[in-house]
Ligand binder design. Structure first.
Ligand SMILES: *Cc1c(COP(=O)(O)O)cnc(C)c1O
Length: 394
């Protein structure tokens, strides 16, 4: 079946069957093509492949059948025309910048993005004359006011980490396009199983496949999805030259991750919702941040924009850093790690780990208090997760 034919199928079906072109061995399951280069039938064919006049494999820095299968599958699931895989989520974000930006350009970024994304724009693109401003994720007028004539793109994550705020993707896409600029959405927290930013007007989606796409905390990888024009003309040349390539083995792991993504995301979301409602009832808890709760400021928006509310819950314990650390250290089952999107439930203290390099003032401005705890809810029985947090019961 061609790529177009897969469009008629729904996400769960694409996730399992799209992307694999069976080889002459008639294998049922996607093989790992562990080869760095490919053999041409003639000097002429080699020449046609290198100039792009003939499609086909050349060299695994930029063409590999296993990686290609992953790219085609994720492109379909995100409803994009093309996808490029990278060695990590950060490599994907770097490639977007290297492909789209030049000295003198301006980037407008949400204040609530992954810490390394901030460093990438500010410290690395900043070295080459790109200026980045940061705005509040949920304040539409702040975004609009901060756009400059040289703004190349707006960049955000929704839901945000660790306070699980929701941005209005359609409204921001409209603001971006009215001002002749692009909207890029990091879709790591939702994955296409819960939200498809391209269908809401975003121009590019970036992923860390390391999180829910793998889903079992094994491999590091990333991807960019969007239109043929942006991907083919602007970003692919950098991948081919820069070489932050996804390995065929990792692509093979992520392909099987995609097969169960939808069913895992639903189970993560069910467990997270249940845990959020339970946390709200506990005497040791002050505030719960979860968009499924009706008191969440963007509850209605989350209902419209996402099919489920996500697998990450944050909350403030009664007390300060000491009480937060005591809770974390009291757990027997949960893993104390900053990773997320794993079948195993993980617990972390943002103020001293993922957001520990921020100054206390910046952290306060971002609303990340010392008594905040973040849980990426896994697929264990949620009753056992509650049991592990029993010190919160009073
Ligand atoms: C982890 C993460 C990244 C970076 O991905 P890596 O695969 O670790 O390089 C980017 N954005 C978000 C939201 C993440 O959680």
């Amino acid at each position: 079946m061609s790529e177009q034919d897969w469009d008629q199928y729904l996400l769960e079906t694409q996730a399992i069957r799209a992307g694999h072109q069976r080889s002459h061995e008639d294998e049922h399951s996607m093989p790992i093509f562990a080869t760095s280069s490919y053999v041409f039938k003639s000097a002429e064919e080699a020449s046609l492949r290198f100039t792009g006049q003939q499609p086909g494999n050349i060299y695994s820095r930029f063409t590999n059948p296993t990686v290609n299968a992953f790219q085609q599958r994720l492109a379909l699931m995100e409803k994009g025309e093309r996808c490029l895989a990278f060695s990590s989520g950060m490599a994907a974000i770097m490639a977007v910048g290297m492909g789209l930006l030049k000295a003198g350009d301006h980037v407008l970024c949400s204040r609530s993005v992954f810490g390394n994304t901030v460093l990438m724009f500010q410290n690395y693109f900043g070295k080459f004359g790109v200026e980045t401003d940061f705005v509040s994720l949920t304040d539409l007028s702040a975004w609009e006011k901060a756009i400059k004539p040289n703004t190349r793109f707006l960049f955000l994550e929704t839901p945000s980490n660790p306070l699980i705020e929701i941005a209005d993707i359609a409204a921001l896409a409209e603001i971006a396009h009215k001002n002749n600029t692009l909207l890029i959405v990091d879709n790591v927290f939702c994955t296409p199983a819960l939200q498809k930013p391209l269908t809401l007007g975003a121009d590019l989606v970036v992923h860390s496949a390391t999180k829910y796409i793998d889903g079992h905390g094994r491999c590091v990888g990333g991807a960019v999805v969007g239109s043929d024009e942006l991907i083919e003309q602007q970003i692919y040349p950098f991948l081919r030259t820069g070489g932050a390539t996804m390995s065929p083995f990792n692509a093979w792991v992520f392909l099987s991750g995609l097969e169960t993504l939808s069913i895992r995301m639903k189970a993560h979301c069910d467990n997270a919702f249940e845990l959020a409602k339970w946390l709200e009832q506990q005497p040791g808890v002050e505030n719960v941040y979860y968009p499924g709760l009706s008191n969440h400021p963007q509850h209605e928006l989350a209902k419209q924009q996402q099919t489920h509310f996500g697998g990450v819950v944050s909350f403030e314990v009664k007390g300060d850093k000491q009480q937060a650390w005591e809770l974390i250290d009291s757990t027997q089952l949960l893993s104390i790690t900053a990773n997320l999107g794993d079948v195993k439930t993980t617990i972390t203290h943002p103020a001293t780990t993922t957001h520990g390099r921020l100054t206390p003032e910046v952290r306060a401005k971002a609303g990340i208090k010392d008594n905040l705890v973040r849980i990426s809810v896994g697929l264990e029985n949620v009753e056992d997760v509650k049991q592990d947090l029993a010190v919160l019961c009073g």
